[in-house]
Design a protein around this ligand. Sequence first.
Ligand code: ZN
Length: 271
Amino acid sequence: MDHEQAFELLPGYIDEELSLSESLEFERHLDSCEKCKRAYEQQRQVSTQLRQGDLRLDAPPELEKRIRAALPMRRSLWQRVGQRFGGFDATRGAGSTGGARGLPGWAPVGAMVVSLVALASSAGLYLSVPSGDTRLTQELVDSHVRSLQFDHLYDVISTDRHTVKPWFDGKIDFAPPVIDLAQQGYPLVGGRLDYVSGHAVAVMVYRYKLHPINLYVWPGNDAGNVVRIDERQGYHLAHWSAAGMNYWVITDAGEGELNGFISNLRAHTAS
Ligand SMILES: [Zn+2]
């Protein structure tokens, strides 16, 4: 067992949730790793304090929003928090792809999460809260997944950009670039309106073979001209800004295919 694996299993070890063989392996690692030993001591103390004290406090709405935004990414941790306090049944919703949306009874757990955050910071443990960009990335992943789940890829289905482009007229106050890349292997298949990060955004839907590619466009200059590629929950995301527009692309196609799509798209749009 390496350090990464051991560190991941630490909360489970403290809660006595590991199998016997996992526990033994964990203990073997603990003997030889100062970092894990320290983390174990700290978390054990937090765990004890949590069981004893009257530690409830109400979460300010802004913090609750940020914790909610962080939930899908850190499900295993929150599930353990939930299990520990019995706020919800962590096994429910585990099979759904909806992440935190599927977890019932979140609210009572919220206060405990806040206590844990407060204690964790006082104990010197690190718990990250997503930055604006991380939240936006998550929102786009959610939007992409939703568009696939609820069969809502398009409001307008057409491979003809002369049909898709005018469809946006009067629905949004900017003209998104609608470009057909069928020749390059990325046919345009439709468009839709979506709402991301407080903006009405235009989504152009393309395909690479059987992989849908969602291209989100809205006015702004939030990123530089250089394309940034990211991976989240098995999806590849890319974003950049050009000519006063923000671009985000998300797909389950590979990074090479995504890069091909972006170069072709950028070759056809103003930069
Ligand atoms: Zn270690």
